[in-house]
Ligand binder design. Structure first.
Ligand SMILES: *Cc1c(COP(=O)(O)O)cnc(C)c1O
Length: 476
C-alpha cells in the first residue's frame, strides 16, 4: 500500500480554514522555518479512503478474537471512553490551581481508594505510564526503604524464571543484581531453590502472579514469609489482575508493593502504543517514598502534596489522567459483584478453551489455569515439523489474532493463550475449532501451514532482519 506521502500531489490540500478576518501578524524571522514542512497533500476524500484502507489491515478487538497471552486484549466498554472524553476532564490544564480542579482530584483519590481496596494496599500513585515504568517506580520505593534504614548491603532481587521479562530488566535498571530462581514441577516457585537463594543481601523478590504459565502459586504466603524473614520486601507484578481481582488480594498474601496495568485489566484499549498507566500501590510504611505529587483529601477539600521522602517525579504531572478515569468508570459500573464476575469468567473462559484443546495440544503445565494457559507445540514439531510459528500464522488466515508465541522462555514452542472474560462461548468454540482444524492440517498437509499466512498484504516477515536492521523512517 502506498504511503500518504507517495499519494501526495502538490496543491491538492484540503483547505478547510476560512479566510482570516483579523489583521495578520508575522512572527520574528528567527522563529520562522526556512522551508515549508514536508506534509502530504491529499483531498479529503482520498485521506478518508487512505485511513479506511489502513484500518482494514489491522486486527483489533473490534475485528475479532485476540487471545494474546499476558496482554489482556479484552473488550473495553465504550462508556469508559465517553466518561474520559467529558470536557471537565479533557479541558483542564495541569498547572490549574487546585480549587478549580476539585472534581478531577476527587476522581484520582476515589480511584486510589478503590484500587487499594482491590489490592489490599494502603496508598497508590498513578504517575507511571506503563507496567514496566511502574515496576521501576516500585523497586525505587523498595530501594528507598532499605536506604532510609541505613541497610545498604542489600544488592539482590530474586526473580523466578516464570516472571514476565520486564521483571529482571527492571531489577537491573534499578541497579540490583538479579538472582534467578527456577520453577518446580507444578510451575510454581521452587521453595528449596528460593530458600538457598535468599540472605542478608536480598533486597526483595519480584513475583508475577498468576505467573507467565497462567498458574497461581499455591505457596504464595510461604514465599513472602521466606523473603520477609531475611529482611527483604515483596513486589507483586499485578499487570494481569484479571484472574484475581475481587477474589484474592496481594496485600493479604504478604506483598509490600504492587503495580497494576490499568491499560490491561482496568479497561483502557492498548496495543498500539497508546497511553497507559502502571499504577503502583504500597503499604503505609512505604507511602512516604511515593512519587510527588500525591492527590489527598482533607475535610472534603482536595489538594496535591509531596510525600515526605518522595523518590521524586517519574513522569510529568499526574501521569495519564484519562486512563485513571476509564479505570474509575470501569470499577464503579462493575461494582463489587461485577469485578468478581469478570475475574471468574476470565478464569472460566481460559479453562474452557484449554479443555477443548488438551487432547490434541500439550498443555505445558496441566491442571486448572488462571486467566491464561500455555500450550507447547514441541511434540507437533517433532512429529509433523509444524512449529508454534506455523500455527500462529495459520490462525491469522482464519481471522484470529495469534496467541503470544515463544514466551514464556521456559516452555519450548510455547503458545500462551488468554481468551479474556469478554468473549462468548461461541467465539471460544470457534477458536477451538480453528485450532483443531490446524492440528489436522499439521498431520495431513504441513506444507499449507509453512506457507501461511496467505490472506495478508505481506507473508512471513524477516523478524530477525527487522530487529537487527530496523528501518524506522521514510527516506524521501
Ligand atoms: C504487560 C506486562 C508487563 C509490562 O507492561 P507494559 O505496560 O507493557 O510496560 C509487566 N508484567 C506483566 C506480567 C505483563 O503482562
Amino acid at each position: 500500500m502506498k504511503l500518504s506521502f507517495e499519494k501526495s500531489r502538490p496543491g491538492r490540500g484540503s483547505r478547510i480554514l476560512p479566510e482570516t478576518d483579523v489583521p495578520e501578524r508575522s512572527l520574528p524571522d528567527a522563529l520562522l522555518r526556512k522551508d515549508a514542512p514536508r506534509l502530504p497533500e491529499m483531498s479529503q476524500g482520498d485521506i478518508s479512503r487512505h485511513y479506511s484502507a489502513l484500518a482494514r489491515r489491522v486486527h483489533g478487538v473490534s475485528d475479532g478474537f485476540y487471545p494474546l497471552g499476558s496482554c489482556t486484549m479484552k473488550y473495553n466498554p465504550k462508556l469508559n471512553d465517553e466518561m474520559a472524553s467529558l470536557p471537565g476532564f479533557t479541558g483542564i490544564h495541569p498547572l490549574q490551581p487546585e480549587y478549580s480542579v476539585q472534581g478531577c482530584l476527587e476522581a484520582i483519590v476515589l480511584a486510589e481508594r478503590l484500587l487499594c481496596e482491590i489490592t489490599g494496599m494502603d496508598a497508590m500513585t498513578f504517575q507511571p505510564a506503563a507496567g514496566a515504568h511502574g515496576e521501576f517506580t516500585g523497586l525505587l520505593l523498595i530501594k528507598s526503604w532499605h536506604e532510609s534504614r541505613g541497610d545498604s548491603g542489600r544488592t539482590k532481587i530474586i526473580v523466578p524464571d516464570s516472571a514476565h521479562g520486564t521483571n529482571p530488566a527492571t531489577a537491573t535498571m534499578t541497579g540490583y543484581q538479579v538472582v534467578n530462581v527456577k520453577s518446580d514441577e507444578a510451575g510454581g516457585v521452587d521453595l528449596e531453590a528460593l530458600k538457598s537463594a535468599v540472605g542478608s543481601d536480598t533486597a526483595g523478590l519480584m513475583l508475577t502472579n498468576p505467573n507467565t504459565l497462567g498458574i497461581f502459586d499455591r505457596n504464595i504466603t510461604e514465599i513472602t514469609r521466606i523473603i520477609h524473614e531475611v529482611g527483604g520486601l515483596c513486589y507483586y507484578d499485578g499487570a494481569n489482575l484479571n484472574a484475581i481481582m475481587g477474589i484474592a488480594r496481594p496485600g493479604d498474601m504478604g506483598f509490600d508493593v504492587i503495580h497494576l496495568n490499568l491499560h490491561k485489566t482496568f479497561s483502557t484499549p492498548h496495543g498500539g502504543g497508546g497511553p497507559g498507566a502502571g499504577a503502583v500501590g504500597c503499604r503505609r510504611a512505604l507511602a512516604k517514598f511515593l512519587p510527588s505529587p500525591q492527590a489527598k483529601e482533607s475535610g472534603g477539600t482536595y489538594s496535591f502534596e509531596d510525600p515526605e521522602s518522595s523518590i521524586g517525579a517519574v513522569k510529568a504531572f499526574y501521569g495519564n489522567f484519562l486512563v485513571v478515569i476509564r479505570t474509575l468508570t470501569y470499577v464503579l459500573t462493575l461494582g463489587r459483584g461485577g469485578i468478581v464476575e469478570a475475574a471468574r469468567n476470565a478464569v472460566l473462559n481460559a479453562n474452557y478453551m484449554m479443555n477443548g484443546l488438551s487432547d490434541l495440544y500439550d498443555v505445558a503445565y496441566p491442571g486448572i489455569c488462571m486467566h491464561e494457559f500455555v500450550l507447547t507445540a514441541e511434540r507437533i514439531k517433532k512429529e509433523y515439523g509444524v512449529s508454534a510459528m506455523d500455527i500462529a500464522k495459520a490462525m491469522i488466515d482464519r481471522g484470529i489474532h495469534p496467541p503470544t508465541v515463544y514466551f514464556p522462555l521456559i516452555v519450548k514452542e510455547a503458545m500462551m493463550v488468554e481468551p479474556t472474560e469478554t468473549e462468548s462461548m461461541e467465539t471460544l468454540d470457534e477458536a477451538v475449532a480453528v485450532l483443531r482444524e490446524i492440528h489436522e492440517l499439521a498431520r495431513t498437509d504441513p506444507q499449507s501451514l509453512h506457507d501461511a499466512p496467505i490472506s495478508t498484504p505481506v507473508r512471513r516477515l524477516d523478524e530477525v532482519g527487522a530487529a537487527r536492521h530496523p528501518v524506522l523512517k521514510y527516506s524521501f
